[in-house]
Design a binder for this molecule. Structure first.
Ligand code: ATP
Length: 464
């Protein structure tokens, strides 16, 4: 196994061991394509979402937030084209019934294919390369032809017929439809002028044929999407601005620039003007982390037709009336979290021992500071450490108190979850009112006065 594939195994194992990510329903044998986020994972997720919201809403006067429902009128998915066109090409192994996603399997052997190709186009490529493709389960080469498989997840919500799914409602396949159908509401209630954007973070569901690569392709995931409404003439200029802005936002997370690149879509859907993805260099190679797309007037036009409602925008000064064009930024929390974990995962040697640590930026770290009494069985040290913990906790959250095991072990535990600073209370603290502060990345220890702790941590980059 290559070093990079090994990295995925190491990250998956650390994620489980330290409470970032657990396989769903594990005690019942698991459930494919879904994951649970543990105590550290939920903190990291929240920090990523806060970062995104700060960049996409709070730093911007021209963008507002939304939290639309997961269930929506099924007509929305008809108008958007999802009930017919939201599908991936699937083939089944005739020997063991394992299903493969043909575009991805072709991609793995270096043949360009994507989910937007027609059944005919994809089968032509599939047939040309069948001898190079083995079933990932049984190794045989006996596949059915590829056929399209719809990704929308159906439910019987509100359908009381015997079969229950005669008139399905859908769990949303993407969050942005909730934004499009609220365009007029937001416009009317907020008196926004074009260009302006609506941002939303929320769960999406897709019946992925082959969930794989840990959090990269799951059936339930969270999306962070921002739809920006522009005058048709502004669309491409705003698109370039949004691309540059997202690049800055991603770099601000501390991801290494050499692990990021832009990838232009080779095969645009018929209505799209332009589409680029930001790819991250995952353990299996560069792959889509988020997208920035120019979608023209397709979305609002479809919903105007589907609903029969007027979704025009009228410029108050010029009087011009038009359907706004949309550019979007669309990313998944899970794909970002996986990129952040892979990027931060570091092995080195400290004090003659090998160690693993997460080199996370302080604002992303699930725990900001850990406070230790040097010894658990010395009440005066424990009491002092608790006092310092309580004081710090009023200003900085979340922080932890840990007196379990020797100091070396406690450092290792905090290193593995990426805690930037550990403070140790020792016997000297009782007389000099100072603690030892240890830096996660360098292991360097400094003596800092209790009264100066907050300003010290703030100069080191902790925000509170
Ligand atoms: P792919 O081609 O990899 O299936 P996509 O192009 O269909 O992805 P979009 O529909 O553009 O993805 O969704 C926007 C973002 O949502 C993606 O960039 C990704 O971060 C996230 N995303 C999409 N599908 C999944 C999934 N199955 N699991 C996790 N995240 C996903």
């Amino acid at each position: 196994m290559g070093e990079k594939e090994n990295l995925l195994d190491k990250v998956v194992s650390l994620a489980k061991r330290r409470g970032f990510v657990y396989p769903s329903s594990e005690i019942y044998g698991g459930f494919a394509g879904v994951y649970d986020f543990g105590p550290m994972g939920v903190e990291l997720e929240n920090n990523l979402k806060t970062h995104w919201w700060k960049w996409m809403v709070h730093k911007r006067q021209d963008i507002v937030g939304l939290d639309s429902s997961i269930f929506m009128n099924p007509k929305i998915w008809e108008a958007s084209g999802h009930t017919k066109g939201f599908s991936d090409p699937l083939a089944e192994c005739k020997e063991c019934h394992t299903r493969i996603r043909v575009d991805k399997v072709l991609g793995d052997i270096g043949v360009f294919a994507d989910e937007k190709m027609s059944e005919e186009e994809i089968n032509k490529l599939f047939n040309e390369h069948r001898q190079e493709i083995k079933c990932p389960n049984c190794g045989k080469q006996n596949f059915t032809d590829a056929r399209r498989f719809n990704l929308l997840v159906k439910s019987n919500l509100g359908d009381f017929t015997e079969s229950g799914l005669d008139n399905p409602s859908y769990l949303r396949g993407e969050t942005c439809q909730g934004i499009y159908v609220n365009f007029k509401n937001v416009l009317d209630s907020n008196h926004k002028k074009l260009p302006f954007g609506i941002a939303q973070i929320g769960k999406a569901f897709r019946n992925e044929i082959a969930p794989r690569q840990f959090l990269f392709r799951t059936r339930e995931f969270e999306q962070m999407e921002m739809q920006y409404f522009t005058h048709p003439n502004q669309e491409m200029a705003e698109y370039e601005k949004l691309r540059a802005y997202r690049w800055q936002a991603v770099l601000d997370l501390g991801l290494r620039e050499e692990n990021l690149r832009w990838k232009r879509h080779e095969n645009l859907v018929f209505y799209a003007k332009e589409a680029y993805d930001i790819e991250y260099n995952y353990p299996w190679g560069f792959d889509e982390m988020e997208g920035v797309h120019a979608r023209g007037d397709y979305d609002l036009t479809q919903h105007a037709k589907g609903s029969g409602k007027d979704l025009f925008y009228q410029d108050t000064e010029s009087g011009e009336k038009f359907i706004p064009h949309i550019i979007e930024s669309s990313g998944g929390v899970g794909r970002l979290l996986l990129a952040v974990l892979c990027d931060a995962y570091t092995e080195d040697e400290m004090g003659g021992e090998s160690r693993v640590f997460l080199r996370l930026k302080a604002n992303l770290a699930p725990v900001k500071v850990a406070v230790f009494p040097l010894l658990k069985n010395k009440p005066e040290l424990v009491a002092k450490a608790k006092e310092i913990f309580e004081k710090l906790n009023e200003k900085i959250q979340p922080i932890v108190f840990d007196d379990n095991g020797n100091i070396g072990k406690r450092y290792r535990r905090q290193d593995e979850i990426g805690t930037p600073y550990c403070l140790t209370v020792d016997f000297d603290t009782l007389t000099d009112a100072a603690v030892t502060v240890r830096d996660r990345d360098t292991g360097v220890q400094e003596r800092v006065k209790e009264t100066e702790l907050l300003s010290y941590l703030s100069t080191k980059g902790l925000a509170f």
